[in-house]
Design a protein. Structure first.
Length: 73
């Protein structure tokens, strides 16, 4: 799950939890909204842990100089 999907789950969950006033038999829309928001937060946290470490890893190599080069203009 990427950052976009996590933010989408957060937004849909917030809409269902705070803005929708609809009753279904056996389903609480507010609880569904809170569950979606929790899934969005967990997905956002996991995404930043996984992809955040990828940006910080830097590999550098140095090659030894084997010959002398002359630059002519």
């Amino acid at each position: 799950m990427g950052i976009g999907a996590s933010v989408f789950l957060l937004a849909v969950g917030a809409i269902l939890a705070f803005a929708v006033d609809y009753n279904l038999n056996g389903v609480d829309i507010n609880v569904v909204g809170f569950i979606l928001m929790a899934a969005g937060v967990i997905g956002l946290f996991a995404t930043t842990l996984i992809f955040g470490r990828r940006d910080r890893v830097v590999a550098t190599t140095t090659a030894p100089v084997t010959e002398e080069r002359t630059v002519r203009y």
